[in-house]
Design a protein. Structure first.
Length: 564
């Protein structure tokens, strides 16, 4: 009897245990299926579904003749999951041999079990990555990427710019037109089995490749211009040099060069100061090349004609300053044409004082020629220059600004101003992009002086090269119109340096029917400082090649024999 009661208790206890287990299981099932169903569903889906990004091809950048300046090359990115790597030392050594990575650094990353993903090498050589893949080492993964490359390396690097490791534009035109070039990546949602194999594609949005861009730059002209700048920097032991080559008829930039330059494929090793496109971002005091503004203003206002004469003393007093010409001389009679040809500071200040007495004054013509305003060139980081507003002028300002001191301009501003004279008085917006896909960007134009004044200025600028300060810019067989410039650089603590100068020359050729505007600036030359000595020969060298390359016919009397 007692034995039967013990047996019943055991049965009841067992039944109670089973009941409790059932209730716990039922409660757990209710919790999972009711309360946690949605979140667990997402987790399950995430374990079997994967969104894969399909990178878009970045558009190619071409020069105006179809030469590739920036393009995409196929590469392979190698990665690893440290939790899946069974032989970290073997993997590190193999990757170092195949891809050139640091084996010690990679080994430390591969042994870090807290990480599920590390890069072994971004955008590696695909053949080298394929050799590594054939070893089938546990934990390694491979996927294709596009690597941006610049086949001409240094040529146009500061203009074209570069894209970073993620193929996004970082500098230059690459960043200015990043959205256009980049396109749009595609996305696929893939279902995988427990072994990671793709078994279905649930949805797919195809990638949209980037748009190609054709520039106005000419690779041959760009290369020749950069080589000429390197020679002038070496010849005069200069700090640097810049050049702008522009077609005055439509504002297209054929070359935009900086020296020293850099290899766009090695941009991480290049200082930022060297990477800047200084023709657009940096300013300088122009000196005598700015005198066309003063002369153009007095001609346009009808205050003088090219033949109007002035008796000029050796120096002129403006407020508390005495201004003299670059070379000592006695009292002389100069026409307006002579003042520009011989770059007379005293004569130009005399004209500037006449202009200042007019209703709109000197600052009106400064603005009209485009100084103090961005040109609107399609390049990031353009400077507007530095122009002191008239309300802040001192008594001596009228002795500085008319001759190009106390004002700062960019090389592209100065090139555009001379291009307006070459283009019958019509200023045209400088631009670097000829076509985006099949679309042509709009180019602004405006008249700054009449055609008559433009012709008068052209004749005066021809005299600068024939008998004035710019004789070293002469090109056999062609008429050249241009102007020299020499300006002391400001000191950081105030005043001007007695040893540091900017030498420049800007002009156009052929003067009778201009096809090229060429500006050259040389920063801190040693041994000579004058634009006519330092920059004009570089202008001549660049112009000779460009005219022959573009097959521009000579326009000077006896051109055939002189050119031959």
């Amino acid at each position: 009897m007692r034995e039967a009661r013990r047996s019943n208790r055991r049965i009841r206890l067992l039944l109670l245990t089973f009941t409790l287990v059932f209730l716990v299981a039922f409660g757990r099932a209710f919790w999972l299926q009711g309360v946690r169903a949605q979140s667990l569903g997402r987790l399950a889906a995430g374990q079997h579904r994967q969104e894969v990004t399909i990178p878009a091809h970045r558009g190619t950048i071409y020069d105006r003749t179809g030469v590739q300046l920036a393009l995409g090359e196929q590469a392979t990115t190698v990665y690893a999951d440290p939790r899946q790597v069974t032989q970290p030392q073997v993997v590190a050594v193999a990757a170092a041999r195949a891809l050139g990575v640091d084996p010690n650094e990679l080994y430390r990353e591969l042994t870090d079990q807290s990480r599920g993903f590390v890069y072994v090498a971004r955008q590696a050589d695909p053949d080298a990555a394929a050799r590594l893949a054939r070893r089938k080492l546990d934990g390694l993964g491979f996927y294709p990427e596009e690597r941006r490359t610049y086949p001409h390396r240094r040529e146009g690097a500061a203009v074209v710019g570069y894209a970073g490791v993620d193929n996004d534009g970082v500098a230059g035109l690459e960043v200015r037109y990043d959205r256009v070039l980049a396109g749009q990546a595609g996305v696929q949602t893939i279902v995988r089995d427990p072994f990671g194999r793709a078994i279905d594609i649930l949805r797919s949005h195809p990638e949209r490749d980037g748009t190609d861009i054709r520039l106005t730059l000419d690779q041959r002209i760009q290369a020749t211009t950069e080589a000429a700048l390197q020679r002038v920097v070496s010849r005069w032991d200069a700090k640097g040099a810049t050049a702008v080559i522009m077609d005055p008829r439509d504002g297209s930039i054929l070359a935009m060069a900086n020296a020293p330059g850099f290899d766009a494929n090695r941009f991480p090793q290049t200082p930022q100061a060297v990477q800047r496109n200084r023709t657009v971002t940096d300013t300088f005091e122009p000196g005598s090349t700015f005198k066309i503004v003063t002369v153009g203003g007095v001609l346009s206002d009808g205050l003088v004609t090219p033949s109007t004469t002035f008796t000029l003393a050796p120096e002129i007093k403006v407020s508390d300053r005495w201004i003299h010409d670059a070379e000592a001389r006695g009292t002389i009679t100069y026409s307006v044409k002579d003042i520009l040809a011989h770059s007379s500071n005293v004569g130009t200040v005399t004209l500037g004082e006449m202009l200042a007495r007019q209703e709109h004054g000197v600052t009106y013509w400064i603005s009209r020629f485009g100084f103090g305003h961005k040109t609107g060139i399609d390049f990031p980081g353009e400077s507007a220059g530095i122009v002191v507003p008239p309300e802040k002028w001192s008594g001596s300002t009228i002795g500085n600004v008319p001759i190009g001191h106390g004002i700062a301009v960019t090389p592209v501003q100065m090139a555009a101003a001379y291009a307006a004279i070459a283009n019958h008085g019509v200023w045209t917006q400088p631009h670097l992009v000829e076509r985006i896909g099949s679309a042509r960007p709009h180019v602004r134009r405006r008249r700054i002086v009449t055609g008559r004044v433009a012709r008068q200025l052209t004749e005066m600028l021809r005299d600068v090269v024939i008998e004035g300060t710019g004789t070293k810019a002469e090109v056999p067989g062609y008429q050249v119109a241009g102007k020299t410039g020499t300006a002391a650089k400001p000191n950081p603590w105030g005043g001007y340096s007695s040893t540091r100068y900017i030498a420049s020359f800007v002009g156009f050729v052929p003067a009778s029917k201009p096809r090229l505007v060429i500006l050259v600036t040389v920063d801190e030359p040693k041994g000579a400082i004058y634009g006519g000595m330092v920059a004009a020969p570089a202008f001549q060298e660049i112009a000779k090649f460009d005219l022959q390359y573009l097959e521009v016919p000579p326009d000077a009397p006896g051109a055939a024999s002189a050119a031959g």
